[in-house]
Ligand binder design. Sequence first.
Ligand SMILES: [Zn+2]
Length: 365
Amino acid sequence: MLKPFLCHTGVQVAAVLLTTIVVYGCRGISQPMPIVDAPELVLTTRVPYLAGQEAIYARGHRWSWRMAAENPPGSTQTPAHGSADLAWLPMAKRQCRTRQAAWTLTPAPPLPSRVIFTPADTTLWHAFRCRIADTKAQPVPLPKSPVDSPCYDDLLDLVEDLTAGYFDHVMRHWQDYPVPVRCGNHRSGEVDLSACLARAVAIWNRAEHAPWFTLDEDADWGVRLLHYAGAHMSPTLRVQLTRHDVHGDPVRMNIAVGDDYRTARDSTYVIRGMVHELGHTLLLWGHSRDRDHCLWGAAPPLVCTPSADERKAAHLVRDLPEGLDLKNYFRLSASGSDTASSPQAGRPAGRPPRKSPAPAHRPVR
Ligand SMILES: [Zn+2]
């Protein structure tokens, strides 16, 4: 069933793409030109690959699209809605973290416009809105993924909490992975702070196909341990984003610690705190409501390892496109109507202009 579908879709994609280029190519991408009786519009995209959701990637999916209410007055001319079919495209094996797919929007929406994508099967996908400026737009659908935590409905629910705050649900990335970590040689009384951080790095890297962090004392970017000798800090551990690039992506972060931990028995709590801090350095800047999570925010962490849910969240944040705004994703009611259950769903769509935010300090507890 799959092969004929893909073959047919491939031919259809090529044919429609040529038509689309002819239709849209000479208009210029900045002119809002509503099109009536327009042909199909084909857009390609990459979808994060979520382990445990393999069935989603084995077949095509029916969606619908409609013009979002926030389009400028006068731009909601017909066509204002239509179908949106998602078909998977062949890909190289090494692209294991994402799957390439093609949208076929029938009829084509006016360009540019803000469009809401609604899945036919609301148990498999989140609805979302996005701005389609031109034929290079890449609307990213997000599969639903269950979590173990009783505090969250699904993975998106958790990731929304974990990317709150400074990054405001917008995806940012390190220049590469693994992220270098400079532990240095720092002690506070009987506590080997550097060893505690190295231990936390090993905990995050454990059971991962590719490590999150690497110990590297010579790196000129990444994370480093900063010890304020003789100082007492509140909170006792914190992450400082001290340098970012022009896009707002991190270049340097410090894990800052004073001399509040002094005895050997404190090492357990320092390691827990370092695991928590390293979670923040993976751009999980917010906190979890689940007390079994290392990023629990109500008190010092009770666990010394990231949960499976937190690891899934970190993977998703790493694999979503830079600049993607999770505020544009929302849930639908069980009936499939567009009654959003997410508090973010009513927020205006569209990504704010990229800016260079001031470096941030994250008190950890
Ligand atoms: Zn924290």
